[in-house]
Write a new protein. Structure first.
Length: 168
């Protein structure tokens, strides 16, 4: 990990943790995304984990959160937060969202927040998220990312969050 990578991660964390915290309530955003108790949820591009522990608290002990990021510094930070919070239903995954290695149809909901500049192949990421979602699964997206119509059908918008239903 180069010094530049570390500085870049620190700057991203300043924006996505310290600054956004001032005007974003993670519980409200996750509610808009459709998270419910008992769900199995994949968080794509979890970054420093602003949403990870709140998501784990919302889905509760009957549910689970898989927090995935391509950046090892992000997962290191998320693991620290998990340790401090005491939640026991989060699994961290270091990897590319286009190739998660997760089983087919294993999630009720996938959320992708703040992934304006995905590293790599966005079409590949969308195909992969379609694969890992259950047949009636929900993809919730914040920001500019627009999933292709042949894979995801728009359900509705709340603020900056758009929910999509997986197309069978
Ligand atoms: C701007 S941060 C957003 C963090 C968090 N979701 C939030 O909204 O606060 C975007 C994150 O997506 C990760 N990322 C970008 N491309 C990725 C990919 N192909 N696979 C997995 N993670 C990726 C980056 O490493 C970064 O941590």
């Amino acid at each position: 990990m180069s010094v530049t990578d570390k500085i870049h991660f620190r700057m991203m964390s300043l924006i996505h943790e310290d600054l956004y915290r001032v005007f974003r309530d993670p519980y409200q955003v996750l509610d808009a995304a459709g998270l419910k108790p008992g769900q199995d949820v994949l968080e794509v591009g979890c970054g420093p984990g602003f949403f990870t522990v709140p998501a784990a608290q919302i889905v509760g002990e009957e549910g689970s959160v898989y927090a995935l990021d391509i950046n090892p510094l992000a997962l290191e930070r998320v693991r620290q937060k998990i340790g401090k919070s005491g939640v026991a239903n989060v699994t961290t995954i270091l990897g590319d969202a286009a190739q998660t290695g997760l089983p087919d149809q294993s999630f009720d909901l996938v959320f992708v927040f703040g992934l304006g500049h995905a590293i790599g192949d966005v079409d590949g990421i969308m195909a992969e998220l379609h694969r890992v979602l259950e047949p009636a699964g929900i993809l919730s997206v914040e920001g500019r990312l627009r999933p292709p119509n042949q894979l995801f059908h728009p359900l509705g918008r709340q603020g900056r969050i758009v929910q999509y239903r997986k197309v069978a």
